[in-house]
Structure formats: structure tokens, C-alpha cells
Design a protein around this ligand. Structure first.
Ligand code: NAP
Length: 307
């Protein structure tokens, strides 16, 4: 058993970093556990233009690095871990169990975010990292003057399709319906962009290539007609799944595995709070994650006070 903390925050995206800032300023000994890079999904977003205070938008990486510095200024300790296995109650203490270590605290804030969903089609896993990507900001520049496809019709798909036109000569957007889900302003940008071709009512059926992506096969859902497109990259943006596997069996999740909380953001396990994209909330946005991170930390502080 290792050291004991007041508050442990699981996840270092905008929700976790804001929770850290508030918890640090409340002078609670705070440990943040992160299994990938601090900044979460927001850090892999090229340009965020709906986070207040930045009229010209701000880079996702830059914004989250500033959040990190601000949390660290108030003594939040950030540690890299492999993964959290479970959260357990031990009297008034909460135990955060990882593969190598168990951490003890009075309260826990889960801000573990979400990760990209996969299609589960032939070629997707085999060619991941060889033309199949879930992050245009990370990989877009590899596709200068090449043709690529984006799968999905939500905010992420359309935003990243527009971003990819900076590099690619053509961007196909493969969407399963005849209408996009993305915000109107993003739709307008896609419709106006001569490099974007939207392929409506279509499913991506397989991704082909010898060691790298070379071809995709799509199928029109109405006519069942199949068509092949030669291209170099496939970016999949079909939504996300919450990182909550470690909660299964001990903390209530909804039918899509998002954490269920009350209005104080407390989960079904007393002293364990949730904030941001891993929570069953109505809007997945940095602005929301930040607000929830603040609230979760304030409530965690009150919870410890009352113990
Ligand atoms: P999303 O809003 O859930 O959209 C997923 C898209 O993928 C939908 O168009 C959906 O089609 C499609 N899709 C889902 N499963 C599919 C499948 N199996 N095969 C083919 N297509 C499939 O996900 P997101 O775009 O990643 O956004 C997640 C959240 O983050 C949203 O709340 C979004 O508003 C937010 N976000 C906001 C911004 C921003 O404000 N700038 C940027 C990025 C993300 P249907 O439309 O037919 O369901």
C-alpha cells in the first residue's frame, strides 16, 4: 500500500485538470493519475473555437498545457500509470487500484474521458497506424496531396474533414445518412469546401491494402451497390466510448457505460465523483468538462470536510 492522499483524480483532460486546480487551491493533497498524455482528447484537437476567452480559437494542445501548468502551480502531483483496475471502499477511505500500486485517498474524482469508437470492419485493426487513424491532428500532415476519407457525420468528423483539407487533395466524408449531425456552422464549412465530397447514405464495409491503406469499399444502404475508392488514409470519427471499465460492478453506469451521478456529481459510491466526458451528461464539450471538474472538486472538498 502506498501513500495516502486527500483527493485522487483519475484522468488528466480538461475535467481532471480543472478538478486539480480547484482541489489544489482548496489545499487538498491531490494526486492525478493519467495513463496517456495529459490533456486528453482535447489535446489532440487542432483548433478549439468554442472555448470562451479565445476569440480567434486556441490549439487544443496549447490550451490543455496551460491548464496543466495552472493545476501544477497549486501543487497537484501528476503521475503516469498503466491503467486503473478498480476503485474500492475501505471504511472512509477510497482505494484506487492500479496494476502496480494501490493509492489511498479520502475522495476520488473520475475524469477518465472517452476514447474513439471503432467500426469493427475488415482491415480497420490490421491497418491501424498504417493509414487508419482516429486523430487527424496527429496524422493529417502525412497525407499531403493524397486522398483520404473521414467516416461519420458528427462535429468531430466534419471538423476534422475540414482540417484535413489543409493537407489532402481530396477528402471523402462517408456518412450513413442523408443529413449530417454536426453543428450548422461546421456543415456550412464542409459544403463550401471544394476538396470535400460527402458520400451520403453509405457504410464503409472494408479497408484494403498491403501494409498500408490503399483502397476502401463502401456500400450504399438504399441500393446496396458497392463502390471502391483508391485512397491513402481513413479517419474514423463515429463517436466515443467512455473509459469506465474499471468502474463496472462497483459504481453505477448507464446503459452506454457512462457514469451516473447526482447533481453534486457524486456517483453511486459515496466520496467518488465524476466529471466530463466519462459522465452521463448532455454535452461533450471542453467548456462543460471544465465546469464539471470545478463542481466535482468543490463537492469532494465538502465531502472530506464532513467526514
Ligand atoms: P457523435 O456526435 O456521436 O457523432 C458520431 C457520428 O458518427 C454520427 O454522425 C453518427 O451517425 C456516426 N456513426 C456512429 N456510429 C456509426 C457507425 N457504426 N457507422 C457509421 N457511422 C456511425 O460523435 P462525435 O462527432 O465524436 O462527437 C462526440 C461529442 O463531442 C458530441 O457531443 C459533439 O458535439 C462533441 N464535439 C464537439 C465539437 C465542437 O463543438 N467543436 C467537436 C468535436 C466533438 P448518425 O448521425 O447517423 O448517428
Amino acid at each position: 500500500m502506498s501513500e495516502s492522499w486527500d483527493i485522487i483524480i483519475i484522468g488528466g483532460g480538461p475535467a481532471g485538470l480543472t478538478a486539480g486546480l480547484y482541489s489544489g487551491r482548496a489545499r487538498r493533497r491531490t494526486l492525478m493519475l493519467e495513463k496517456a498524455a495529459v490533456g486528453g482528447q482535447a489535446a489532440t484537437t487542432d483548433h478549439i473555437e468554442n472555448y470562451p476567452g479565445f476569440p480567434d480559437g486556441v490549439g487544443g494542445f496549447e490550451l490543455t498545457q496551460q491548464m496543466r501548468s495552472q493545476a501544477e502551480r497549486f501543487d497537484v502531483e501528476i503521475r503516469e500509470i498503466t491503467a486503473v483496475d478498480s476503485i474500492e471502499a475501505d471504511g472512509d477511505d477510497r482505494l484506487v487500484v492500479t496494476e502496480s500500486e494501490t493509492f489511498r485517498s479520502r475522495a476520488v474524482i473520475i475524469a477518465s474521458g472517452a476514447e474513439p469508437s471503432t467500426l469493427g470492419i475488415p482491415g480497420e485493426a490490421e491497418l491501424r497506424g498504417r493509414g487508419v487513424s482516429y486523430c487527424a491532428t496527429c496524422d493529417g500532415a502525412f497525407y499531403r496531396d493524397l486522398e483520404v476519407a473521414v467516416v461519420g457525420g458528427g462535429d468531430s468528423a466534419i471538423e476534422e474533414a475540414v482540417f484535413l483539407t489543409k493537407f489532402a487533395s481530396k477528402v471523402y466524408v462517408i456518412h450513413r445518412r442523408d443529413e449530417l449531425r454536426a453543428a450548422r456552422i461546421l456543415q456550412e464549412r464542409a459544403f463550401e469546401n471544394p476538396k470535400i465530397e460527402i458520400v451520403w447514405d453509405s457504410h464503409l464495409k472494408k479497408i484494403l491494402g498491403e501494409g498500408k491503406v490503399e483502397e476502401i469499399v463502401i456500400e450504399n444502404k438504399n441500393t446496396h451497390e458497392r463502390k471502391s475508392i483508391m485512397l491513402a488514409g481513413v479517419f474514423i470519427y463515429i463517436g466515443t466510448v467512455p473509459n469506465t471499465t474499471f468502474c463496472a460492478g462497483s459504481i453505477s453506469l448507464d446503459d452506454r457505460d457512462y457514469l451516473v451521478t447526482d447533481e453534486k456529481l457524486e456517483t453511486s459510491m459515496p466520496g467518488v465523483f465524476a466529471a466530463g466526458d466519462c459522465r452521463a451528461n448532455l454535452l461533450k464539450q471542453v467548456a462543460v468538462a471544465v465546469g464539471e471538474g470545478a463542481l466535482a472538486a468543490v463537492e469532494a472538498d465538502k465531502y472530506i470536510e464532513e467526514l
